[in-house]
Design a protein around this ligand. Structure first.
Ligand SMILES: [Zn+2]
Ligand SMILES: [Zn+2]
Length: 280
């Protein structure tokens, strides 16, 4: 499988602010299967450009939402394939304790916030509550969802294809308040999803200096993301969900030399828009 990044930010940033290389769109990652099937991870503003890359004739698309914060659903109504009558679209995402995914999403995809209601989309749309369906199998893939540490119902995804494993944890604060691993691995939320993954896409919104001001906001520091990746034994870490204030220059400074200075047992590739990575 191959992943391509269409949105890498925790909130919109504009090119004028020096964010050309890492990109300014919010979370959206395309996962292309060996057989040509497509998973879309989150529907941030990056999904609009992905829609232009999808070819007519594709029979099915699965969109996996981690949670319903605006930066992860903002682009959904601008994903052109939703308006193709011949396309089967499966939309997976967490329900809350009282509301299912359809009701929660409809709060955004209905007037006055958006002119088109979910039920009026021309595609053949099916919604799935992932809290009830923790394991599912879109064509070509095996997917496991699990709750992670972030405000409100939020899941991460472990995706397997032909023995290769991708883990997607874009909004996650597993080591709340610290970058030290706890005494027991069982106390690290989300670790089972990432265990032994070939590629881990993980929240690394804050620098270590910034993080103390944002404890409990649901995002990780650089060092916490590295510690989590090391505990999980991943092959490659993609720091993701960049802070909107982090320009290309700041992100370069955060990640250049990190690998050599810390002697980490995995490669680090900070997410940037347009970049593709073959998994495994
Ligand atoms: Zn987010
Ligand atoms: Zn969030």
């Amino acid at each position: 499988m191959k992943v391509t990044f269409y949105g890498t930010r925790g909130s919109l940033a504009t090119p004028g602010e020096g964010t050309v290389r890492y990109g300014g769109n919010t979370s959206c990652v395309a996962v292309w299967g060996e057989g040509g099937s497509l998973l879309v991870l989150d529907a941030g503003t990056g999904i609009r450009a992905l829609g232009e890359a999808v070819e007519r004739g594709l029979g099915r698309v699965d969109i996996l939402l981690t949670h319903l914060h605006m930066d992860h659903i903002q682009g959904l109504g601008f994903f052109d394939p939703l308006f193709w009558p011949d396309l089967e679209v499966h939309l997976w995402g967490p329900s809350s304790t009282t509301l299912n995914l359809h009701t929660r999403l409809s709060r955004y995809l209905s007037p006055p916030l958006f002119p088109v209601r979910l039920r009026d989309l021309p595609c053949n749309l099916t919604l799935h509550d992932v809290v009830e369906e923790r394991r599912f199998s879109p064509p070509g893939f095996e997917v496991e969802a699990g709750l992670v540490c972030h405000p409100g119902p939020t899941v991460g995804y472990r995706i397997e294809e032909a023995g290769r494993v991708l883990c997607y944890l874009p909004d996650h604060e597993p080591l709340l308040g610290t970058s030290e691993l706890p005494a027991s691995r069982r106390w690290i939320p989300g670790l089972a999803l990432a265990e032994g993954a070939d590629l881990l896409i993980h929240d690394a919104q804050y620098s270590d200096d910034e993080y103390p001001d944002y404890v409990g906001w649901g995002h990780s520091s650089t060092s916490a993301a590295l510690a989590f990746a090391e505990a999980a034994g991943v092959g490659q870490l993609v720091p993701f969900h960049h802070d909107p204030w982090h320009t290309d220059a700041i992100l370069d400074e955060m990640y250049c030399g990190l690998q050599s200075s810390r002697e980490l047992p995995f490669a680090i590739t900070p997410a940037s828009e347009g970049q593709s990575i073959q998994v495994g």
